[in-house]
Write a protein that binds this ligand. Structure first.
Ligand code: NAD
Ligand code: UDP
Ligand code: UDP
Length: 317
């Protein structure tokens, strides 16, 4: 029996970097949040400040196993996102994307919940089309060290669209480009957290390759706004839809920007480039602008300041 008009929202991977910001946002909007996470790359600390709220519930759960709950909306974020984490147990990474998608889609089918999938720019692989529109099918190595993540996410997209066509599940698929901000894991190996932590500790800043490869960095608050708008979009808007900040930087430019802000005595040093590392990446966000009225508001300078502040406090605590 339903005794409240609040929306019941399941967030898988809710104790991770993006998930914890999404829990916060949706809780503040007056919803009941069920956060399901197996703490593979996320931590209870990320949601500790929400634990006293009676409308927030945290459960330890691995999405590769079935989950029977009653919900109105599902945000499926469970999956390690940084190469260091997803390559640590690649078989589990593929299982998380594929079995996780099947279970969450089965749950959405039974409960008639709307379901959002956190897909990724990695479905475009090392792209030959630049910037990447949603219509580009990508260039992905199926057997490389990144494939567990890239192909797992591609297969999850396939499952989402087949559940939509075959079972009329209401799907919302976002392709997320590199996002940064407070609560990134300090040791997860992603470039923004690595460079900031290295600069704050006065250690060498590790540029992989010659630093000419590019990425486009989106601040977390902008991204979460995009998630919420996509979930609220009219019936029939399924995506996939790119969410990211189109301002593109070389990795060397990022290192120089972080160093200029933090100061200190760190030097830029070059390390080998990991295999299959994409050379360039920039979202085409025309669809997000047209369909969701969304575009990022926070540019790199401001976002870096907020993220540096967070890591400075984190490292002192
Ligand atoms: P994260 O690693 O901080 O969060 C992922 C969360 O999922 C963690 O809390 C982890 O413990 C949990 N998890 C992993 N496997 C699980 C499983 N089998 N069952 C239950 N929980 C599991 O990463 P993030 O940056 O917050 O990414 C969240 C989602 O967004 C991921 O699906 C990721 O692929 C996607 N994404 C992120 C980015 C980015 O730049 N941050 C870019 C593209 C896509
Ligand atoms: N599932 C789940 N929760 C539900 C309903 C289904 O976890 O509330 C899982 C279930 O374990 C199943 C998967 O989702 O394996 C796919 O469900 P679907 O109904 O599509 O397939 P079927 O049960 O027919 O295999
Ligand atoms: N990178 C780097 N130094 C680091 C960590 C990453 O030069 O300490 C590079 C990495 O090789 C890639 C880019 O920064 O070219 C972005 O890496 P990240 O792991 O953050 O994201 P992804 O490769 O998944 O886009």
């Amino acid at each position: 029996m339903r005794i409240s008009n609040r929306k019941r929202i399941l967030i898988t991977g809710g104790a991770g970097f993006l998930g914890s910001h999404l829990c916060e946002r949706l809780l503040a909007e007056g919803n009941d949040i069920l956060c399901a996470d197996n703490f593979y790359s996320g931590t209870k600390d990320n949601v500790a400040h929400l634990m006293g709220n009676p409308h927030f519930e945290l459960m330890r759960h691995d999405v590769t196993f079935p989950l029977y709950v009653e919900v109105d909306e599902i945000y499926n974020l469970a999956c390690p996102a940084s190469p260091v984490h997803y390559q640590w147990d690649p078989v589990q990474t593929t299982k998380t994307s594929v079995h996780g998608a099947i279970n969450m889609l089965g749950l959405a089918k039974r409960t008639k919940a709307k379901i959002f999938q956190a897909s990724t720019s990695e479905v475009y692989g090392d792209p030959e089309v630049h910037p990447q529109p949603e219509s580009y099918w990508g260039k992905v190595n199926p057997i490389g060290i990144r494939s567990c993540y890239d192909e797992g996410k591609r297969c999850a997209e396939t499952l989402f669209f087949d559940y939509h066509r075959q079972h009329q599940v209401d799907i919302k698929v976002a392709r997320i480009f590199n996002t940064y901000g407070p609560r990134m894991h300090p040791n997860d190996g992603r470039v923004v957290s690595n460079f900031i932590v290295q600069a704050l500790r006065g250690e060498d800043i590790t540029i992989y390759g010659d630093g000419s490869q590019t990425r486009s960095f989106c601040y977390v608050d902008d991204l979460i706004e995009g998630f919420v708008r996509l979930m609220a979009s009219p019936d029939g808007v399924t995506g996939p839809i790119n969410l990211g900040n189109p301002n593109e930087f070389t990795i060397r430019q990022l290192a120089e920007a972080v160093l200029a802000k933090v100061g200190g005595k760190s030097k830029l040093v070059c390390k080998p480039l990991p295999s299959d590392d994409p050379k360039q990446r920039q979202p085409n966000i025309e669809q997000a602008k047209a369909v969701l009225g969304w575009q990022p508001q926070v540019q790199l300078e401001e976002g870096l300041d907020k993220t540096i502040d967070y890591f400075r406090r984190f490292l002192q605590s």
